[in-house]
Design a protein around this ligand. Sequence first.
Ligand code: BGC
Length: 768
Amino acid sequence: MRPVITVIITLILLSVSSSISAQYSSVKIEQKVDSVLALMTLDEKIGQLNLPAAGDISTGLAQSTGIIAKIKEGKVGGLFNIRGVERIREVQKVAVEESRLGIPLLFAMDVIHGYKTVFPIPLGLSCSWDIEAVERSARIAAQEASADGIAWTFSPMVDLSRDPRWGRIAESGGEDPYLNSEIAKAMVNGYQGDDLSKENTLMACVKHFALYGASEAGRDYNTVDMSRLTMYNVYFPPYKAAIDAGVGTVMASFNEVDGIPATGNKWLMTEVLRNQWGFDGFVLSDYTGINEMIDHGVGDLEAVSALALKAGVDMDMVGEGFLLTLKKSLEEGKITEEDINKACWRILEAKFKLGLFDDPYRYAQPDRARREVYTDSNRNAARKIAAESMVLLKNEGDILPLKKEGTIAIIGPMGNNRENMQGTWSVAGDHQKSITLLEGVKEVAGENVNVLYAKGANFVSDPELEARFSIFGKNTYRDNRPEEEILAEALEIAEKADVIIAAVGEASEMSGESSSRTNIEMPDTQRRLLKALLDTGKPVAMVLFTGRPLALTWEAEYVPSILNAWFAGSEAGYAIADVLFGDVNPSGKLTATFPQNVGQIPIYYAHKNTGRPLEGEWFQKFRTNYLDVSNEPLFPFGYGLSYSEFKYGEMTLNKTSLKGEESLSVTINITNESETDGKEVVQLYIRDVVGTITRPVKELKDFQKVFIPAGTTKTVSFSITTDDLKFYNYDYENMAQSMKYDWEPGEFIIMVGRNSDEVQSQSVIWEK
Ligand code: BGC
């Protein structure tokens, strides 16, 4: 019998004979980890810290690849992005049966917005403001991925971002700390469930710690320079929310934090993460994140690997810096064996918690995979959630919802493109199965509608630019005929239609990792197409595909109806059609501000007031504003229309003067004055008028998404306590050593509204 198994069995027998309390179960894991660690050689311990990508493994060939040899030698702790339950079983078998100690591997994947059933990109999902739906999407993803061999996902990504030039804004929940924190919790709960050892849960990994979304100029992997107050009050809360929800692992970010790359930053990885927040799982570098510290300029491979380990990084993704150098560093006294033990211990502990030592194949059950992956019920859930995420940006003349009659022309490069529907990070998704807009519209419109299609334009005119966003093989079907010819063909189709649906925007690889853009307007070719379609005089409803806020000033002025569909996943075609035809009433609201132009970036609602705020009309000399464009966003945070008409009553407060731990209750009536049932996201913001540090002009503190049947009124109530008023401030008595988290008495402005711009407000005094 293998030593590990022997030790575990001995321990299990021990625990049975001394059956103590439930608490004993965690002690048991500690003892088991200790006993496994005691059997390991130094090389095997270092091996556990190594996480290669499984690029070169394939069935049959598996035995002969480099990674397989390393697995046999005990030099691999886990593998990621290997697809398919059979292959995973095969590789696990090698680890369990052919390595000296038989320690099972941890199989991971970027299951970011769904597995085979793909949900909207995270930015889109956040626009649902439906936390329960967010959790459900993660639960379904966990169910599918865990059936197919995966035990660990590199999600949630909660890098708050206020810069839509950054392509990875697509992967997070937008610009707000509170909303992102709610999402972080829901995702962790959805993935991990109530018991990590259950076969249908995944261990989650919150990423990228930290501040990655604040890369300078929106250029990926770029420098971040930020005050500690902004870190603690704005960018840290979502990561902390994931930690508080019990996330199993944390991924270090590529960027630097306060002058030291996050991956080698001990203040971040140990002081903040473990000492201040009490995180007790393990930390993983990002892809070659350790090696990249060489280019950051903090040392050679040996130095940066030691730096990462000392900082608190336990596992090395892909770069093998740990594998290649830690032994030498130990010999040279740069690290201690205790440093290695600690990292190895944490990884083993995770494997125990997942139940992999009890059953290495727990997450790889071919039967389950056949039954539980990409089921009708999962796909239906994805369709519903996708429809919830869409944001109606404009609807002049009530072009939408469309009637299920006549002839509809779908025109645009996203009108019939299967590969680009799912959006960034659909690693396991089968792009050939995603539903196109054309298919969705045909299906939902039914037989009475004649649906036509033409491409109308390429995504962009520059083929070299197009090649840069077609790297992962998501075909954009570039049409190399002259632009006029492509357009003329579309106009002929448009002539036959009663209504035109313009399917325009980004291809899915125009956002996501390494897809930063400086021009975020509608690409040239597509703007020309839109103009020509509008010139036909027919009603045009624009369906926008995008992974980021775009500067759509022209479109917002001229196109009568705009539905932002984001990239809504494998069922997107159906979900968009559900909304276009009014089977689903849109209820999404933006979670990242849409700027008028790129020069306004960073633009976000929770800004500070400055000493010269613009009060009243733009432009004013010597005030905080621009000469050439107002401060207003194109579409503010929290904005989104509905087919219903919601009228807000007057908000009432139970008190306007409070003391200490009293709570404030805020009530408002909202009436659906239309004949269409609908959902409204009611938002509550607070401004702390005077502080010992400057405070934002408003901060989201709560929200409710409520269903209001046609012609009825709903009363929405919020309860505010002093917890909602707290913020981080320097602990002046202990300057710069630590932060304190508290509230300060004084005046607070309470705001309620349909978006961050349209609010009503009342002031209260809250004393200690
Ligand atoms: C990304 C991570 C991802 C990792 C593994 C990196 O490039 O930054 O978010 O989890 O690759 O695919």
